[in-house]
Design a protein around this ligand. Structure first.
Ligand code: GDP
Ligand code: IMO
Ligand code: MG
Length: 433
């Protein structure tokens, strides 16, 4: 059943359903116009969420996109990993662009901090393995920080608040991490001073912003406030359900909300999956519909497909309905926000992957019979393009027939209705159905 996104519900979750960079930032900004609170539940500054309005461009990495709405509070949940220096830098950048951050940004006391050693370990691990095994991480220290969290030796935001704990924890972490740097990777060690310096700077600025985020969010929900939950990365980068091991180190899917914020998923009234009208991936790993030819280059150029965090060119390919159906099921999506339709404007024909071929049989769904994403071969259907610019269209009825048919076909294949179509990067270039 179609429920318009104009019809506001108190708690909405917005997440990516492909390999990230679907346009989550734009959608969170757009639907967050009346949000009281926007919260991130996982990931770190590996994310890059771009928002454009009134001729301005903002790229958020760690701070929830709601910071761009002056009356919205922002929460970095316990499931996020926070790099102190990156957060300070991001705040400074926003302030330079005229955004007031003080008093509006809160960090869960249980959020783990990325220490100076973590990016070193991340990059050393990548450098030490052969090409086939490299994940192509953002090099931000995400994996090693989550590893330390799970190994129960991580450094949490609240550890900053007690001088004795801060120092003893820092020394304890440093000892283990230096051992890894030295013995495992033959890299120079990190000094205690360089570990402590960013932590102390961070504490000086944010000590009062470290809170019981779960309590904060639960009381916002209980008092009927509008809460938007912002995902980072996408379903196929989920540490459990993605193209493991070529994934990030967090649960990007809806289940991550409960553990990453400490609120029940029962509180979420609507789950919105952001999906590109084609597919991209940055970093290594399987990508069944990847185009390594001129068409892939054309999508990259037309879509400006270069990473918002690392500037790396994104790999491009056709829309993969098997991936989106799978993500719809894992996340229990209510609706899709379909972005970057305008990127396909000039194409004579567009291909959609409807099935996979695997060992001589075709599969419309990701099943246990297929072990590895690497081994599937996409089966396509071809539909006509619309050969017309969509960028100024604001009503569904005004879309060319071929564009409407494309949307309908994607809805049908995904098994989820499209509630929003984005036809350009700016806030207003949007059709709400
Ligand atoms: P996120 O990580 O999911 O927030 O996505 P990114 O910001 O990394 O990448 C999406 C890119 O596409 C950004 O540069 C956006 O400004 C841009 N974008 C978002 N929606 C549209 C759209 O409908 N059309 C076009 N042409 N660009 C879009
Ligand atoms: P947003 O939120 C696209 C990818 C990296 C790499 C893998 C693991 O902007 O959609 P990591 O540094 O997390 O250990 O890298 O995950 N990756 C992303 N790809 N968008 C992102 O975030 C990403 N965050 C991580 O390229 O393949
Ligand atoms: Mg991005």
């Amino acid at each position: 059943m179609k429920v318009s996104l104009n019809n506001k519900v108190p708690v909405q979750l917005i997440l990516g359903v492909q390999w990230g960079d679907e346009g989550k930032g734009k959608i969170v900004d757009l639907l967050g116009d009346k949000a009281d609170v926007v919260a991130r539940y996982q990931g770190g500054h590996n994310a890059g969420h771009t928002v454009k309005f009134d001729g301005n461009t903002f790229v958020l990495h760690l701070i929830p996109t709601g910071i761009l709405r002056p009356d919205t509070d922002c929460v970095i949940g316990n499931g996020v990993v926070v790099h102190p220096g990156a957060l300070l830098e991001e705040v400074a950048g926003l302030e330079k662009q005229g955004i007031k951050v003080d008093g509006r940004l809160f960090i869960s006391r249980y959020a783990h901090l990325i220490l100076a050693t973590h990016p070193l370990l991340d990059r050393a691990a990548e450098a030490s393995c052969d090409a086939k095994k490299k994940i192509g991480t953002t090099g931000r220290g995400i994996g090693p920080t989550y590893s330390d969290k799970i190994a129960r030796r991580g450094f949490r935001a609240q550890d900053l608040l007690d001088e004795n704990i801060l120092r003893s924890k820092a020394e304890q972490c440093l000892e283990i991490q230096n051992r890894q740097l030295r013995d495992l990777f033959k890299q120079p060690e990190c000094s205690l001073d360089s570990l402590l310096e960013p932590l102390l700077k961070f504490r000086d600025r944010f000590a009062d912003s470290i809170i019981d985020a779960t309590g904060f969010l639960q009381s916002a929900i209980d008092s009927g406030k509008q809460l938007l939950i912002e995902g980072a990365q996408g379903a196929m980068l989920d540490v459990d359900f993605g193209t493991y091991p070529f994934v990030t180190s967090s649960n990007t899917t809806s289940g991550g909300v409960s553990t990453g914020l400490g609120i029940s998923l029962r509180n979420v009234d609507r789950i919105i999956g952001v999906v590109k009208a084609y597919t991209t991936r940055v970093g290594n790993g399987p990508f069944p519909t990847e185009l390594t030819d001129e068409m892939g280059e054309m999508l990259r150029a037309a879509g400006g497909e270069f990473g918002a965090t690392t500037g790396r060119p994104r790999r491009c390919g056709w829309f993969d309905a098997v991936v989106v159906r799978y993500a719809a099921q894992i996340n229990d999506l209510d609706t899709l926000a379909l972005t970057k339709m305008d990127v396909l404007d000039d194409l004579d024909e567009i291909r959609i992957c409807t099935h996979y071929k695997y060992r001589g049989r075709t599969f419309s769904d990701w099943t246990s019979e297929i072990a590895r994403w690497e081994d599937v071969e996409p089966v396509y259907e071809t539909v006509p393009g619309w050969k017309q610019s969509l960028v100024d269209i604001r009503k569904y009825e005004d879309l060319p027939v071929a564009a409407r048919n494309y949307v309908k076909r994607l809805e049908e294949l995904a098994g989820v209705p499209v509630g929003l179509i984005s036809v350009g990067p700016s806030r207003d270039a949007t059709i709400i159905l």
